[in-house]
Design a protein around this ligand. Structure first.
Ligand code: PHE
Length: 449
């Protein structure tokens, strides 16, 4: 029995769901820490440029293919053409995207679990459970596995409820909450001594860095990761869009929301680093670099919270609630990729598909937690530095070369003939065929030299 396809019930529902996918750990953690160690606003400038010149057109390719095909990533890419070779290529590319989505979710759920643990630790302390709080703040295998299981289960339960009642309803609840917590934290941190130095480090560019190939590649990787590209999440969300929604406008809004959120998160993280330094917390490595990555989130910021007396627990609670919510709305979009494939290709019931796929991915997460030293970085590098940009190129090629031009254009302006008078309409179809793939590949090659 084929089940009816889900659909987002409103524009705002889609926007919050797609922004929920895009806004995640990449925005609150990845972007600000990369900016901090790569010349502040210089990174921001390069990032904004790449987000709008490369990532937005690639996002449009995914949304357009998705709504045109109204199917999961494998079926959609396979069905864009009748030629056997193109069908085979589409099938294989779809499977690769699916594989990358699975790998990303397997490490993402681990990190999401750490966030959940850091959120529960101060809560347990406030409730007088000092022992549990200490266990939660530790890094044992048991803690990591249990917290990852908790996050995976939340993700599964939401996805099992379907597009409108699960993805849309939860994104609509969680995204405004996310923004409110972020704003509250920013106001608090900016009122603390030392924060102004953080603002200038963030907003005054060190332009000597701007042509550094390593900076450009990490900005590109960050942009593709942040906009959830190359793995079929945006494709499947696009496939749940209504025909009456204006595609280019939806894509632009998602890009703006995502970059706007990353920028705003920088207003929290960079000043917080300098407030921490003001409080006597070590924020530099012995080599003189700013502590970035996990060290920032799990040493510098907790040390900052600890130095703030009783307010510290509440700050930690709010900050890690922010991180957990951001991670959850992204994780659901990742799980939707394999679940939509299972539901549409093998006719599994959605709840069953959600538990099976979610359970399988959790098993992979456990493997990574177990062999952390070897597997964790490897999974991240393979999926995000190589997989996402290369699959991004592939999806542009499918939109530009495999999908017939009249179908592509028809889908783009469906329901909104006024789109045919825009600059976007004139430039994008050509851009996505040649310029965008070429630029992505060039950026890639340049950094390999
Ligand atoms: N965009 C998410 C983030 O910034 C991560 C993500 C990548 C989600 C790929 C879905 C697909 O954290």
């Amino acid at each position: 029995m084929t089940q009816p396809r889900g659909q987002f019930s409103s524009k705002i529902g889609f926007l919050l769901a797609a922004a929920g996918s895009a806004v995640g750990l990449g925005n609150i953690w990845g972007f600000p820490t990369q900016a901090a160690s790569n010349g502040g606003a210089a990174f921001l400038l390069v990032y904004l440029l790449l987000a709008f010149l490369l990532a937005y057109p690639a996002l449009m390719a995914e949304l357009t293919i998705g709504r045109y095909a109204r199917a999961n990533v494998v079926t959609a890419l396979e069905g864009l053409s009748n030629r056997p070779l193109a069908r085979r290529a589409g099938f294989i590319t779809g499977l690769c995207a699916l594989g990358v989505a699975v790998v990303i979710l397997s490490f993402y759920a681990i990190v999401a679990g750490w966030m959940l643990a850091e959120f529960l630790a101060p809560a347990a302390r406030q409730l007088g459970q000092a022992g549990s709080s200490e266990w939660l703040a530790g890094g044992s295998f048991g803690r990591n596995a249990l917290m990852c299981a908790g996050m995976s289960m939340l993700t599964i339960v939401i996805i099992a409820q379907g597009v409108e009642k699960g993805i849309e309803a939860w994104s609509t609840r969680l995204m405004p909450l996310l923004f409110a917590i972020l704003l509250g934290l920013i106001v608090y941190v900016l009122l603390q001594p030392g924060s102004k130095a953080g603002l200038s480090a963030y907003l005054i560019p060190d332009l000597s860095r701007i042509t550094d190939p390593a900076l450009i590649l990490s900005a590109m990787g960050q942009a593709f990761f942040s906009l959830s590209l190359g793995v079929g999440t945006m494709l499947i969300y696009g496939s749940y869009l209504r025909d009456s929604d204006n595609l280019p406008q939806m894509g632009a809004s998602v890009t703006l929301l995502d970059t706007g959120f990353a920028f705003t998160a920088g207003l929290l993280i960079l000043p917080a680093i300098y407030v921490a330094q003001h409080q006597g917390v070590t924020v530099y490595t012995p080599e003189g670099d700013l502590i970035a990555g996990p060290g920032l989130i799990f040493q510098v910021l907790p040390a900052l919270f600890a130095s703030m007396g009783s307010a510290g627990d509440w700050l930690a609670l709010a900050f890690f609630a922010l991180m957990s919510i951001a991670a959850l709305t992204s994780a659901i979009s990742l799980l939707e990729v394999p679940v939509s494939v299972s539901v549409e290709r093998w006719q599994l019931a959605r709840p069953l598909a959600a538990w099976l796929c979610g359970g399988g991915i959790f098993a992979l997460s456990l493997l990574i937690i177990w062999q952390f030293e070897t597997l964790f970085e490897l999974a991240i590098t393979l999926s995000t530095v190589y997989g996402q940009p290369l699959l991004g190129v592939a999806l542009c090629v499918f939109a530009g070369w495999v999908l017939q031009r009249n179908h592509l254009l028809g889908e783009l302006s469906k329901g909104h003939p006024e789109i045919e008078a825009t600059l976007f309409w004139k430039v994008w179809p050509f851009y996505v065929r040649l310029i965008c793939p070429a630029l992505i590949i060039l950026t890639f090659l340049q950094s390999l030299r």
